[in-house]
Design a protein around this ligand. Structure first.
Ligand code: SAJ
Length: 397
């Protein structure tokens, strides 16, 4: 069986290489020549545990090759970005372009699967529609489904296989054929629904997390005002058998949770009030942290501000939509003080001279802890004697 995967990023590449090692003949397509060349050399352009080994073995065995143009296949998987434009309106141009690109290669009997997180209606109204415009008999000869990815960065390869999957076709036969395919490599359950419910499910999962993090962040504002330690409070409240509050932080980042809820809001603005407010609460958190830094910096003539962590969350090198990055850049832009930066998961960064955390702490007047990376978790309050510590993750005891 031949598989053509469009988009070789954080989802497409792990999926393509996993399928390659499961015996499928996989052809990966990306618009970047650099990405294509890197993969064809058996190397990777993103950081994810064990992905390098998987890609190397799939490429070396001849089961995975990459190129700039699609090729004929039995199954097409679309794993392209779905970002948003200004005003939080979904940008479906990559899905549209990818569908147009594969359309000339699609033949009767093929399955086309959209894995990209998408607003409700996209599978039918964008993917299936474009294929119909190209003359395909969608639903009877060409089968189209949505199967949203649900993997957690840092655990992608495990979760690709272990997680339950949701498959929603544009009709029952599309769902059935797509499920058959996922069952060949997923150990979790593969659950059947329709395309619109599958789309909404993925958006719901990430909105659920966003709303719950917003609750934790709102508690952090309230507790700051009341002079209560929010992390102690949450630990205590979570001892109730039916309470499970998430952790406040410097804001919500990454390319999923800070984006997907807007896809719900865009289509149902009057109904999605809580979901929108959660987004606004989480987006306000970096500014609140910056104000805290400003208030402390005012106590010094030439404050040195040591920033620990740039990534959007612990133990990854991913800077996309990172609230930590937003905070550090803003502190620098506003000249609040001299900025020193440590990001242990990156070797270098074009805008910052990265330093070891020990040096950052030693030279800083104010230490701003932004990410709960493993090496920082070993730090104790005594390591910050005579410094002002702003711990946005609540990890320093
Ligand atoms: N965060 C907090 N407090 C918490 C938990 C997270 O502030 O208690 C912050 C993190 O620091 C980070 C952001 O939220 O900035 C998101 O991190 P995350 O670990 O919650 O999620 P992601 O973005 O890495 O991955 C999510 C996952 N979705 C859910 O857990 C519902 C993953 O399963 C999805 O596949 C992924 O989004 C995706 O691709 O949509």
């Amino acid at each position: 069986t031949k598989i053509c995967v469009i988009g070789l990023g954080y989802i497409g590449l792990p999926t393509a290489s996993l399928l390659g090692t499961k015996g499928y003949d996989v052809f990966g397509v990306d618009t970047s020549e650099h990405v294509v060349n890197t993969i064809n050399q058996g190397k990777i352009h993103i950081v994810e545990p064990d992905l390098d080994i998987l890609v190397k073995s799939a490429v070396q065995s001849g089961k995975l090759t990459a190129g700039l143009e699609p090729a004929e296949a039995d199954i097409f998987i679309l794993a392209v970005p779905t970002p948003f434009k200004d005003d939080h309106i979904p940008d479906l141009s990559y899905v549209e372009a990818a569908t147009h690109k594969i359309a000339p290669y699609v033949k009767p009997g093929n399955i086309v699967i959209l894995e990209s997180t998408s607003p409700v209606g996209t599978t039918d109204e964008v993917v299936a529609k474009i294929l119909r415009e190209h003359g395909h008999k969608v639903g009877s000869e060409v089968f189209v489904s949505h199967c949203p990815e649900r993997v957690l960065p840092g655990r992608i390869l495990t979760e690709l296989v272990e997680n339950d999957r949701i498959v929603g076709g544009i009709n029952a036969i599309s769902t059935e054929k797509t499920i058959e395919f996922y069952k060949t490599f997923v150990r979790g359950e593969v659950l059947a629904t329709d395309a619109r419910t599958a789309e909404m499910s993925k958006l719901t999962e990430n909105s659920f997390r966003d709303v719950n993090i917003a609750f934790a962040n709102e508690l952090s504002f309230i507790c700051d005002k009341e002079n209560i330690n929010v992390w102690d409070l949450i630990k205590l409240a979570n001892r109730h058998p039916r309470v499970n509050i998430l952790q406040p932080g410097p804001g919500v980042g990454g390319h999923c949770i800070a984006v997907d809820p807007w896809f719900i809001v865009a289509r149902a603005p009057a109904q999605a009030r809580l979901i929108r407010t959660a987004r606004e609460v989480n987006d306000s958190k970096p500014h609140w942290v910056i104000d805290k830094v400003k208030a402390s910096a005012n106590k010094f003539k030439n404050p040195v501000i040591g920033c620990l962590g740039l990534a959007f969350k612990a133990d990854v090198d991913d800077l996309r939509e990172s609230p930590s990055m937003e905070i550090v850049k803003q502190i620098q832009a506003e000249n609040i003080g001299q900025v020193l930066v440590c990001e242990p998961n990156l070797e270098s960064h074009k805008d910052f001279n990265l330093l070891p955390y020990q040096q950052v702490i030693e030279q800083a007047d104010i230490v701003l802890l932004l990410v709960d990376h493993k090496p920082f978790k070993n730090l104790k309050a005594v390591d910050f004697k005579e410094k002002i510590l702003i711990d946005t993750r609540g990890i320093i005891a």
